[in-house]
Design a protein around this ligand. Structure first.
Ligand SMILES: NC(=O)c1ccc[n+]([C@@H]2O[C@H](COP(=O)([O-])OP(=O)(O)OC[C@H]3O[C@@H](n4cnc5c(N)ncnc54)[C@H](O)[C@@H]3O)[C@@H](O)[C@H]2O)c1
Ligand SMILES: C[N+](C)(C)CCCC=O
Length: 505
């Protein structure tokens, strides 16, 4: 097992320095795998939001923006690359903090840190490329007018993020917004904020100009709500539950403030009868047991062709029994604890409701026998599910998959689309044409073919329907933080000629 680190005691990161929260309150940090309190984080309130937003505004307009918001992208790229380098240098201690804070296996947390560094590097490249995209001419059907566009940073961004990938979800917003020239106030989830606070320490080490990134920790209603409704925040970027997303959107609407919303999901994985069963089983497991199913795009509804359903489920159970469920720091752990007692109780309730509604718990459904402390839930497979059951309709956000059989391709598509969500979807089949058809038929922002979950920083990420709108990652992620200005110039020696000039006396 990895050695337990000392949990750094941090304040709020505002204006390039650390501040105690105005009301002096702190929130406990609980290791969900042991239930032990391992540290605490500051609890920001509206007073702190005020100070953080002012710091971000001052940094945005400092020296007319010469050092940040209007500086060449190449200047900002230098800072983003320096942050990436520090993340890599500190990879093992950041991964350890992430695992202790969230309960995810250390191997997964290490992978997350690689993704964080790659994201900062990717947006460093895009910041540089932005310089070459300025002053793009617009083709016009006349000679006397010339137009071009400027891509400008949207301003001060409020960012509110969840706990399932604490530093990675924050990075998906911080890296592109800083690349664009915005300044930001980040409010990570109160359930897992440690690595985001360490990002503050890294910003200091790389000499990021004060106030460009501010990080305030605290509860949603106390710190998140005043941030989302603050009149001096130009845009709110949110990742979290659909319920909170609605609140954010309502608050932002009062100021006609743009929002991007990355919300929940109930994605389906469709498996046809022409597949290599074991290969497909492993993707089905990765789609729902990775990060204990606490993944917005988790393929939590498994649709099996009736001809292979029995054999598939037998193999799925056999493979699932083989998952190492343990303390996240144990070598080879593949399923850690869920993030908190609240989530643990919520997931158990979903399972008991499924049972009481007539579904069968084919495997799992309880706390593992060998782990009596910590918020662990066995990987759980639920069959005999009908489309009216809660387990089919609602996001569990835990290691729980529900299974249905289908006969035809159109039935599979209909079942997959039978949800208010529209984040992800996946199909496994050896028939390429069928996979193409299904990728077009699924009502979702992401489709995986012959896999589930691989995520690339270059490709757009986001959902339709109640999974939100806007796209993160790739060049779409940068556009989220840019506003396009049209500049039009009259360039003729002739007068405009609409009004009669006054007669000369
Ligand atoms: N679409 C995506 O890319 C994506 C990625 C990760 C997670 N998610 C979704 O996130 C959810 C799990 O995360 P969670 O439990 O942290 O979500 P949550 O909505 O409870 O919390 C998310 C963030 O919002 C804050 N918050 C809570 N109430 C608020 C309020 N009234 N005003 C402003 N901020 C408030 C929280 O403090 C936290 O920082 C799941 O539904 C999951 O699907 C989506
Ligand atoms: C693709 N990842 C890395 C699992 C991240 C998904 C983000 C949403 O939960």
């Amino acid at each position: 097992m990895a050695a337990q680190p000392t949990i750094p005691r941090r304040g709020l990161f505002i204006g390039g320095g650390w501040r105690e929260p105005s009301l002096g309150r702190r929130l406990p940090v609980i290791n969900p795998a042991t239930e032990a309190t391992i540290g605490d984080i500051p609890a920001a309130t509206a007073e702190d939001v005020e100070i953080a937003v002012a710091a971000a505004r001052e940094a945005f307009s400092r020296d007319g923006g010469r050092h940040w918001s209007r500086a060449p992208g190449a200047v900002r790229a230098k800072f983003l690359r320096a942050i990436a380098t520090k993340i890599k240098d500190r990879k093992s201690d950041l991964a350890l903090l992430e695992a202790l804070d969230s309960g995810k296996p250390l191997d997964e947390a290490n992978g997350d840190m690689d993704d964080v560094a790659a994201c900062f590097e990717y947006y460093a490249d895009l910041a540089e490329a932005l310089d070459g995209k300025q002053c793009s001419p617009i083709s016009l059907p006349m000679e006397n007018l010339k137009s071009h566009t400027l891509k400008e940073p949207i301003g001060v961004v409020g960012m509110i993020t969840p706990w399932n990938y604490p530093l990675l979800m924050a990075t998906w917003k911080v890296a592109p917004s800083l690349a664009a020239g915005c300044t930001a106030v980040l409010k990570p989830s109160e359930l897992a904020s440690l690595t985001c606070l360490e990002l503050g320490a890294i910003c200091t080490e790389v000499g990021l100009p004060p106030g460009v990134l501010n990080i305030i920790t605290g509860l949603g209603p106390e710190a998140g709500a005043p941030l989302s409704s603050h009149p001096d925040v130009d845009k709110v970027a949110f990742t979290g539950s659909t319920e909170t997303g609605k609140r954010i959107m309502t608050a932002a609407a009062q100021m006609v403030k743009p929002v991007s919303l990355e919300l929940g999901g109930k994605s389906a994985l469709i498996v046809f009868d022409d597949v290599d069963i074991d290969k497909a089983v492993e993707w089905a497991m990765f789609g729902i047991f990775f990060n204990a199913g606490q993944v917005c795009s988790a393929t939590s509804r498994l649709l099996l062709h009736e001809k292979i359903a029995k054999q598939f489920l037998d193999r799925l159970v056999a493979w699932t029994k083989n998952i190492k469920v343990s303390d996240p720091l144990e070598e080879g752990c593949r399923l850690g604890s869920v993030v908190s007692e609240g989530q643990y109780e919520k997931i158990k309730k979903f399972i008991s409701t499924a049972r009481s509604e007539g579904a069968t718990i084919l495997y799992g459904g309880a706390q593992p026998q060998h782990l009596r402390r910590g918020f662990f839930i066995e990987p759980t497979i639920i069959t005999d599910v009908s489309t009216s059951m809660q387990i089919w309709r609602e996001e569990v956000f835990g290691p729980v998959v529900c299974v249905k059989e289908f006969k035809t391709e159109s039935e599979a598509v209909e079942l997959a689309n039978d949800t208010h969500y529209g984040l992800g979807g996946a199909v496994i089949s050896n028939d390429e044409a069928r996979c193409e058809r299904i990728s077009k038929a699924l009502h979702s922002g992401i489709v995986w073919i012959n896999c589930s979950q691989p995520t690339l920083v270059q490709a757009p990420w986001g959902g339709n329907k109640r999974s939100g709108f806007g796209r993160e990652l790739g060049e779409w992620g940068l556009e989220n933080y840019l506003t396009v200005k049209q500049v039009t110039k009259y360039c003729s020696d002739e007068p405009w000629g609409w009004y009669q000039p006054p007669s000369k006396l």
